[in-house]
Design a protein around this ligand. Sequence first.
Ligand code: GLY
Ligand code: MN
Ligand code: MN
Length: 439
Amino acid sequence: MHDPSIFAQRRRRFFEQLGGAAAVIPAAALAVHHADCEWPFRQNSDFWYLTSFDEPEAVALFLPHRPEGERFVLFVQPREASAEVWNGFRWGCEGAVAAFGADLAHPRSELEQRLPEYLKGAEGIAFRVGKHPQVEPLVLAAWAGQLDRAPRSGSAALGLVAPCPLLHALRLRKGPEELERMREAARISAEAHELARQVVRPGLLERQVQAVIEQHFLEQGARGPAYGTIVAGGDNACVLHYTANSSPLNDGDLLLIDAGCSLSDYYNGDITRTFPVNGRFSGEQRALYELVLAAQEAAVASVAPGFTAEGVHDTALRVLVAGLLDLGLLAGSVEGVIEQGAYRHLYMHRTGHWLGLDVHDVGAYRLGEHHVELEPGMVLTVEPGLYVSDRLPVPEGQPEIGECWKGIGIRIEDDVAVTDHGHENLTASALKAPAALER
Ligand code: GLY
Ligand code: MN
Ligand code: MN
């Protein structure tokens, strides 16, 4: 069980932001894996953030226009022995009230019938369209009914509004209890990287390294991987979302591992490390590794209140481009190469993303023309990389790439929390100095 007062406090803040609008926030549905087999359940992060209720098919209503004691309503799957014997315990309506602080709870099957009455009198309806196909028609029908009756009833919600800007602004700024959980996710994830490096040797399958990592996640009480673990030897590392993990590790190649765990309450780690399979960098590998590391360390050092995620990206990019010019892998000036995007065949992604309940966490990076400034409590990844292969064409005017560089893919990724005066690197215990990676 999680501290109910923290979730109650989040709901209070959400209510303050809603003003007179009612919010409808659905839980996740079970997802089919194949045939009649389902994936392990993964709660919707918005729903989790506000309720801590970890069952599928539920819906939460936040009704600021209703009297005290009727404002937080949960629709849930009711207790039912014949279903629980197959799929496990349910809290049911009684549990939703007693253990999760709902003012009222009803069976999910009653949502269609009860929703119009609950939404009556709300100034607006906060609901995220396009994401919840089971619930969306019910919300739209309830609102349409209000509009049909408005001439005689005298009121109807004026509009459907997106709850995301309000809710996601809250989620973007992590509280102390969330940062504590993110440290835990980071600790377990970093330990898994350290364990993995100790077992790596030529001939091992990528998947066998994945097993070591994910075993550690489970042993430490995490739910499992936060995303498809990437164990990419040699040229496989140049495929950014490589998850096949089916190749043997070759003597002389680098190995890129991008792996992080997801905790029981869904906070995530997201770490990438790259190191030589046989324990020794080649000259080219070391040159590129040291360049990515310099870019990553400069970018991490730049994380502080008042700076921006865009600025962190620019910091890394400038170091990378300057280094690639020195190595002869790019030609021109730093400014010119960046302006033309002439580096994108070697570095084709951004330098990081918000991290939290979602791995690519919610929250705006920019509002109109304004880049959102970093504030204490925000957490972002810092993950520059270089990927040298033939997959993308060399831009006009840029040098062809010598064979000796090809098949080198490197990324270094840490999870970094913004603090009052700078930052805290949550994943610093996963080693990345070249000397620590060689043996
Ligand atoms: N592992 C996903 C990412 O680094 O964004
Ligand atoms: Mn990652
Ligand atoms: Mn990442």
